[in-house]
Write a protein that binds this ligand. Sequence first.
Ligand SMILES: [Zn+2]
Length: 304
Amino acid sequence: MELNENARVDTSQVDDRRGSGGGGGMGIPIPTGGGRGGIVGIIIAVLVALVGGGFGLNAATNGDDSAQGDNTSLEQKCSADDALKQLDCRNALYVNSIQAYWRTAMPEVFGEQYKPSKTVFFSQNVSTGCGAADSGVGPFYCPADDLVYIDLTFYRLLADQLGAEGEFAQPYVLAHEYGHHVQDLLGTEAQMRRQQQRDPQSANALSVKLELQADCYAGAWAKNATGTADEQGQKIFTSITDEDIQQAIDTAEKIGDDAIQQRSGRPVNPDEFTHGSSEQRKQWFTKGFSTGDPKACDTFGAGT
Ligand SMILES: [Zn+2]
């Protein structure tokens, strides 16, 4: 994967709240409370965020938008010549690419306008429309405030604990979360939540379909990523290789529910799956990538 050095990072698509939470920055390891719990926590908390309740706080914090970060230093950093050597600037640029893709694709494919959503960079803890969250939950999308949240130290955990080391794991993770934003805009997410309430027994199965669709959307973005450009029309990626795509597929496999259950020493139980098995996650990312068409991501119709 190569980024175009002439591409400009649009930091207005990011809300930098690091440092406001105290002491954070990029040097602090994620407080996962003992490894495995952290990984499982990612999966569970992301589900909770999606199916409504939030992280145990819910309605009380809804609409609390007071925690706007200060982007000044990020803006300066990411307009410097060596910006793309910085993890946070690169991630901001990935967000730019993903949103540039959906700005075009959503009207084309679904006949609806894309509404941009910011990604919040936080360290350690953050207050969200879905309640308070800490880094241990991993990256997530909150439908209540339409924001993607990530503590960038998550990538180290992904590499160290799951062995998903390739750089392309990063845009894959972000593209997956933006897939949830698209589902939110299209009403897929709300529809699934109503279905879950009507039929609690199939709640997990429905969650799997939603998650696999987000993987598939990430694949569709990956296929079209080299066509995305910054505001001045500069291409964002100069190249994405087969190896990069393989890294995304490997990551998808490593965070499959069966893989995670195995890693945590539990028996594999498909009834408890909320994100899909390794094989399913790989399959749906690949389907999105091979077709490059979000319409092909019909996990709800495919009887997965
Ligand atoms: Zn997800």
